[in-house]
Design a protein around this ligand. Structure first.
Ligand code: DGL
Length: 277
């Protein structure tokens, strides 16, 4: 493996645009860092795929990001973390890595009603990571789960407040509200983009937990611990890649990230390769 250098970029990936919620938090906390972001939109959604399939995609993407010089990998996808994080850590033992896990711990610590809603994909709920988080942290708190069918696809379209998006969240949240939830855990990185809608439906007494700022803090800690943080200075650059449609992703960036950028095409041919310009 090539030596890691503090001026190298941080590599971030997701099945689609969801990981931009994590990228946004990293950018706020570490504006000098260069960033690579890969959206595997040729395969989105991951949530209904098998864990083996998601693991293979995650390994291919990690190899690609390392080949582009990434000094640290952020698995900005709960589903990929559930399926592959442990395997990636074993396969790339020298690479600092940060993944996602549903924020059951802070939710269980803070709930007053003792009932918490968790929104995540089917694959996330099936993985051993979720079972272990529940076992370690639920602590007698009642967890109500929903997979919000179709929500990732709506967010991929940029439909953040369309009636169809609201209907999916209504179906997920109403039964939970009837059972007395006072906290909602966003266990999928796409979902922070619909926090305004969730707050509208759930009302102001329900706390919504977006894990992105805590994940960004963990990235910073790990960079610092490895002497890999880039000193403050000029604002870092972001390079975007998608295995889907670059123009479609590019048009969504200002809405989701608050800034634009050029999106390059990558293709799966066994491995992931950059399309020749
Ligand atoms: N953004 C992803 C997550 O955090 C996955 C969505 C999907 O592809 O199903 O789980």
């Amino acid at each position: 493996m090539q030596p890691q250098h503090l001026n190298a970029p941080i590599g971030v990936f997701d099945s689609g645009v969801g990981g931009l919620s994590v990228l946004r938090a990293i950018r706020r906390q570490m504006p000098a860092e260069d960033l690579l972001y890969l959206a595997d939109q040729g395969h989105v959604p991951y949530g209904s795929r098998t864990l083996e399939e998601i693991r293979a995609f995650s390994e291919g993407i990690t190899r690609f990001l390392l080949a582009q010089g990434a000094k640290l990998i952020v698995v900005a996808c709960n589903t990929a973390s559930a399926a592959a994080l442990r395997y990636l850590r074993e396969t790339f033992p020298d690479v600092p890595m940060v993944g996602m896990e549903p924020a059951v711990k802070p939710a269980a610590e803070r709930t007053q009603s003792g009932v918490v809603g968790v929104l995540a994909t089917p694959a996330t709920f099936q993985g051993a990571l979720y079972a272990s988080v529940v076992e370690r942290f639920a602590n007698g708190v009642k967890l109500l789960q929903s997979t919000c069918p179709g929500l990732v696809a709506r967010i991929e379209q940029g439909d953040l407040d369309a009636p169809a998006t609201r209907a999916i969240l209504d179906d997920a949240l109403r039964p939970m509200l009837d059972e007395g939830i006072d906290t909602v855990v966003l266990g999928c990185t796409h979902y922070p983009f619909v926090i305004p809608l969730i707050e509208e439906i759930a009302g102001e007494d329900v706390r919504v937990i977006d894990p992105a700022p805590a994940v960004a803090r963990q990235v910073k800690r790990l960079l610092d611990a490895n002497g890999l943080g880039r000193p403050a200075g000029k604002r870092g650059e972001i390079r975007f890649y998608t295995s889907g449609e670059p123009a479609a992703m590019q048009s969504l960036l200002p809405k989701l990230l608050g800034e634009g950028g050029l999106v390059r095409a990558v293709h799966w041919r066994g491995n992931l390769a950059l399309e020749k310009a």
